[in-house]
Design a protein around this ligand. Structure first.
Ligand code: CUA
Length: 353
C-alpha cells in the first residue's frame, strides 16, 4: 500500500497509480517544457536586443527595415503547429477521461453536506471510502442531495462537479493497490474541508472478499425492485407492453420519442427527471397521468431504482441493445430480481457517457 500525502516533496513524475494519470503527467511536463523554453528564449532575446540595439547617440536614426515574409511565416507557422499539437493531445486525453470504457463497472455516489455516500451494484454501501478493484475501469455515477460538491482524487487526476438534480460521471482505473485521498473540491458549507475520504484500490481477490462481506439487503437492483413496488410504479408500468404507462424493459440508453418534442436518450438524468418531474417529458402515445415523486424519494432510493431499471432486460422482440459490463452479475453476484428477467442492461450510446 502506498499513501499519497501532500508533504512538500518535489516529485517530477509521481508514478501515478493509473494510466491516464501518467499520460496527464506527460502532457503537463510537455507544456511546462515548451512554455518554459519559449518564455526563456523571448526573455533572453529581449535583453540581448535592448543592449545590442540601444541608442548610442541622441541624434541617431534607425535604418528602415522592410520586413521579411519568410521570417514572419516561420514564427507564425511553427508556434501554430506546436500549440495545435498540444491542443489535440489535451483534447484526446480530455475525451478519454469523459468517456468510460464499455466494460466499466458502475458505482453510485451521492454527495451531501458533508459526506460521500457510495453504493455498489451488489448492494454494499459505504461512507467516505471507495473500494475499487485494481485493473477494472470504475464509472462513478454521481449526484448531490443538496448543493454542488466536487469529487476530487488527485492521485488519479480526476475531478468532477457533483450537482443536485442530475447525474454526472467520471471514470478511472487503478493499476496498483494503494490508499488515496478523496476530497470535496467545491466549497459547500462550513464543513467543506471535512468532506474527505479515502479511495482504496485492492487486488481483485481482496475486493471480492471485501464486497462479499457486507450486502445484507441484497443487490442494489433488487432493492430498487422493492421500491418499484413500494412506490406503486409497478401498478402502471407493466412488463407486458399493455399497461397505461411505458414498458420500462430495455429503456436505458434507448431513444425515446417525446410528445411535442424531439427524441431524447433515456440516460440516468432523463430517468431521474421522469420520476421526479414526470410532466417535463411525456412519452409519445401515453397520457400525462403519472404523479410526481419529488420530495418522496431520496437520492439513495433513486439510485436503487435506476440500477433496477438498468438491469431490466429488453422487451421480447425488441431490438437487442448493446450490453455493457455494468450489470449486477458482472460483480459475480446474482441480482435476485424475481420474475422480470435481468438479462443484461442497455447502455447509453458510446458518446453519451
Ligand atoms: Cu462538498 Cu465541499
Amino acid at each position: 500500500m502506498r499513501e499519497f500525502s501532500f508533504r512538500p516533496n518535489l516529485q517530477f513524475f509521481s508514478g501515478a497509480p493509473s494510466a491516464i494519470a501518467r499520460q496527464y503527467e506527460w502532457l503537463f511536463w510537455a507544456l511546462v517544457v515548451v512554455c518554459g523554453t519559449v518564455t526563456l528564449a523571448i526573455a533572453v532575446f529581449v535583453v540581448y536586443s535592448a543592449i545590442r540595439y540601444r541608442r548610442r547617440d541622441p541624434d541617431e536614426l534607425p535604418p528602415q527595415i522592410q520586413g521579411s515574409i519568410f521570417l514572419e511565416l516561420t514564427w507564425t507557422v511553427i508556434p501554430l503547429g506546436i500549440f495545435m499539437g498540444m491542443f489535440v493531445w489535451g483534447a484526446f486525453l480530455f475525451f478519454d477521461l469523459q468517456r468510460a470504457p464499455r466494460d466499466a463497472q458502475d458505482v453510485y455516489v451521492v454527495a451531501k453536506q458533508w459526506m460521500w455516500k457510495v453504493q455498489y451494484l451488489d448492494g454494499r454501501r459505504e461512507i467516505n471510502t471507495l473500494h475499487v478493484p485494481v485493473g477494472t475501469p470504475i464509472n462513478l455515477v454521481m449526484t448531490s442531495q443538496d448543493v454542488i460538491h466536487s469529487f476530487f482524487v488527485p492521485a488519479f487526476r480526476i475531478k468532477q462537479d457533483v450537482l443536485p438534480n442530475r447525474y454526472t460521471n467520471i471514470w478511472f482505473q487503478a493499476d496498483q493497490p494503494g490508499k488515496f485521498h478523496l476530497f470535496c473540491a467545491e466549497y459547500c458549507g462550513t464543513k467543506h474541508s471535512g468532506m474527505i475520504g479515502w479511495v482504496y484500490a485492492m487486488n481483485r481477490q481482496d475486493f471480492q472478499t471485501w464486497l462479499a462481506e457486507g450486502a445484507p439487503e441484497g443487490s442494489l437492483a433488487s432493492t430498487g425492485e422493492k421500491y418499484f413496488h413500494q412506490f406503486g410504479c409497478a401498478n402502471c408500468h407493466h412488463f407486458d407492453g399493455h399497461g397505461p404507462c411505458p414498458d420500462l424493459r430495455g429503456l436505458y440508453g434507448r431513444e425515446v420519442q417525446i410528445t411535442d418534442g424531439p427524441t431524447v436518450i433515456a440516460d440516468d438524468s432523463y430517468i431521474r427527471e421522469s420520476i421526479l418531474k414526470p410532466k417535463a417529458k411525456i412519452v409519445l402515445g401515453f397520457a400525462d397521468i403519472m404523479p410526481t415523486f419529488e420530495g418522496q424519494i431520496s437520492d439513495d432510493q433513486l439510485v436503487a431504482l435506476l440500477a433496477y431499471i438498468k438491469a431490466l432486460g429488453p422487451a421480447p422482440g425488441a431490438e437487442q441493445p448493446t450490453s455493457s459490463g455494468s450489470t449486477p452479475e458482472s460483480y459475480g453476484i446474482q441480482p435476485g430480481i424475481g420474475g422480470v428477467g435481468a438479462t443484461g442492461n442497455a447502455n447509453t450510446e458510446p458518446g453519451v457517457r
